[in-house]
Design a protein. Structure first.
Length: 260
């Protein structure tokens, strides 16, 4: 807005709102919006735009009304990505030198590269811009668990097959991509049966979502920030740093049939 009314543009063409007055085409950079309860204006059609100062942005909440809705969809996405491991396989880190090469009941996940950074940033920003639905502390805890799993998963999920390749099958193409764990702690913390089953919350939706978050965490019981996708042809029994330091075990994630 101009500092004084006298400096306000007298003509619509002088406002800079429209790139073309002939068809009322708005100028680039204007953001259209609407109101939830528009006032009656004798049947007139109204179009609204807003202009933001340079360097600012609209807080995007993705159409969600509260944090629970976003958390619910994030959990559903992760469950969908794990639809086959949940029902068919058990994920298990194993030292690469100890992985059987010829067995038909040991499988390796195969991935297609995808970029998650921008999507993860948008999800995190959207969550922060939303208001808590029922319980801010618990919702934040659920988000930390789910978001850590999401931002470190190595595939979008659509490329995953129910029938995973055996070790010999994936090695047939050295450029196939699989999980490489840069470190592995056998005692990496997780949630026990009692933690999940006996968890309670006054809001049933939050209780169910927290249980789901614990189950999803247990699907990735390793240091997720220290994992990468690597071509199987570049895997070696051990990585050697230098002569003074011992070799570093190379771990991969294998999937074994769930017979339970």
């Amino acid at each position: 807005m101009p500092p004084t009314p006298e400096q306000a543009p007298r003509l619509l063409s002088q406002t800079g709102v429209f790139a073309s007055l002939a068809d009322l085409r708005p100028s680039p950079g204007l953001i259209p919006y609407d109101v939830n309860a528009p006032l009656w204006s004798d049947g007139a059609v109204k179009r609204r735009w807003v202009a933001l100062p340079p360097g600012s942005r609209v807080m995007d909440t993705g159409g969600y009304k509260g944090r629970y809705e976003l958390l619910r969809d994030l959990a559903l996405d992760l469950f969908w990505s794990n639809r086959y491991p949940f029902t068919l396989y058990v994920k298990q880190p194993m030292r690469w030198r100890d992985v059987p090469r010829q067995r038909d009941d040991i499988f390796l996940p195969i991935f297609k590269p995808w970029e998650v950074a921008d999507l993860a940033s948008a999800i995190e920003s959207g969550y922060r811009n939303l208001v808590p639905t029922w319980d801010e502390g618990t919702e934040d805890k659920i988000f930390r668990v789910l978001f850590d799993v999401f931002r470190h998963k190595k595939g979008a999920g659509a490329e995953l097959s129910a029938i995973k390749p055996t070790v010999s099958e994936i090695l047939a193409n050295p450029r196939n991509l699989t999980y490489h764990l840069l470190t592995h702690d056998p005692d990496y913390p997780g949630y026990g049966w009692d933690d999940i089953i006996e968890y309670t919350h006054r809001v049933p939706e939050v209780e169910a979502l927290m249980r789901q978050a614990m189950v999803l965490h247990n699907q990735y019981r390793w240091e997720r920030a220290k994992t990468r996708v690597i071509e199987v042809g570049k895997l070696h029994d051990d990585e050697h740093r230098d002569r003074e330091r011992p070799s570093i075990p190379v771990y991969v994630r294998v999937d074994v049939p769930d017979l339970g």
